[in-house]
Design a protein. Structure first.
Length: 149
């Protein structure tokens, strides 16, 4: 085996750089196309978490036979649920500044009573960059649902 045959078995530098550049271009296209999906997933995660926290607060009120106040604080982008004022909140969460809670026929503070009903009924809006959701609490039942507008 002479020197000429030894160099013909590998890839040249230009071939390696060409393959690497194609791989980088494909990677960049994938990252750019996934970025809009991130905000959609973040919005859906917020709505799902809020719904779960409402259900938890309602169940907490029923099981502990105590009123649970729900406060949606839009000025600080957080919400919390309090069972008694002298205790720490049972749920406290912050949310993205891209999510806006808009008061509708229901204020952004209400109470789950010890029987699971709410003291106020109506609806409010959750507005994200791409979607708007309506959260509706039904009268006298304590039931609620979240619907995309």
């Amino acid at each position: 085996m002479n020197k000429g045959e030894q160099f013909q078995k590998g890839f040249t530098l230009i071939e390696s750089l060409l393959v690497l550049s194609i791989f980088l271009i494909l990677s960049m296209v994938t990252v750019v196309s996934l970025h809009p999906q991130h905000s959609v997933l973040q919005d859906e995660a917020f709505v799902t978490q809020l719904r779960a926290d409402f259900l938890y607060s309602q169940q907490y009120a029923i099981s502990h036979q105590d009123d649970v106040s729900v406060v949606l604080d839009t000025s600080q982008n957080k919400y919390y649920m309090i069972a008694k004022t002298e205790r720490p909140p049972i749920v406290k969460r912050e949310y993205s500044t891209n999510i806006h809670l808009i008061e509708g026929t229901m204020p952004l503070y209400f109470t789950f009573l010890s029987n699971g009903n709410v003291n106020k009924f109506g609806s409010f809006l959750i507005q994200t960059e791409k979607k708007t959701y309506r959260v509706t609490f039904l009268i006298g039942e304590g039931r609620f649902y979240v619907k995309e507008q």
